[in-house]
Design a protein around this ligand. Structure first.
Ligand SMILES: [Cu+2]
Length: 224
């Protein structure tokens, strides 16, 4: 993971909003996004430790599969029609863990281009429903970056493999149904998507319910 420190921390949310807000938009916007110099600035990585709340991935974080007492859901990537050329061989998995500690998502991919920056997000619609729809948000209509959304950034290795875990202190609601990977520089070109399926039916509702019991945080169910 490359590291860059911005001169002012307050710049970061603005950059992320500019670079990532287009994710759920119409593919016809792609050209605008691709030529936006601010998007190119996303090549400069953030210091991921600058703010825990801005977590976009830590390769050394506990993988979702290993989070103690978590409700787990997972799936394998399916290719999306919006993928750029060169991504026909992408495979992999994503796993989401909901526990009293919050949410962790771990993804593992193969078949990517080597040494390329990617960004992934939890999405709010199934992969075949409107191309996975908008990003999942804890507070719908709120900020389009972490911690209100779950983003996961990583760089593929020399062999085109990727691996990363992102954490969030809140327990994702049931609307966090899918996970999409995009090239960092071509945010509208969704490459592949995972539909999360519970390991144990009902476990997610139980985890969310347990979290609500011990927390004042609302908006678990998309109601406001
Ligand atoms: Cu996305």
């Amino acid at each position: 993971m490359k590291t860059l420190t911005f001169g002012r921390a307050s710049v970061v949310p603005a950059l992320i909003a500019l670079g990532l807000a287009a994710c759920g938009s119409d593919p016809s916007d792609a050209a605008d996004t691709d030529t936006d110099p601010m998007t190119t600035d996303m090549d400069m990585d953030m210091d991921m430790d600058m703010d825990m709340n801005m977590n976009m991935g830590d390769p050394d974080a506990t993988p979702a599969d290993d989070v103690a007492g978590a409700a787990l859901a997972r799936g394998e990537y399916s290719l999306m029609d919006t993928r750029p050329a060169g991504y026909d061989g992408v495979t992999g998995t994503a796993v989401i863990a909901r526990s009293p500690l919050g949410t962790s998502i771990t993804t593992e991919l193969a078949g990517l281009l080597p040494n390329v920056d990617y960004i992934s997000h939890a999405h709010a619609q199934a992969c075949d429903d409107g191309n996975a729809g908008p990003h999942y948000q804890f507070e719908v209509g709120g900020p389009e970056f972490p911690p209100n959304e779950i983003h996961l950034a990583f760089t593929s290795d020399n062999d085109g493999n990727g691996f990363m875990t992102a954490e969030n202190a809140k327990i994702a609601g049931t609307a966090a149904v899918s996970f999409v990977v995009h090239p960092m520089e071509f945010i509208d070109n969704k490459i592949a998507c995972v539909d999360f399926v519970e390991d144990e039916p009902g476990s997610i509702d139980a985890a969310i319910g347990a979290g609500l019991d011990k927390s004042t945080m609302g908006d678990m169910d998309h109601e406001h």
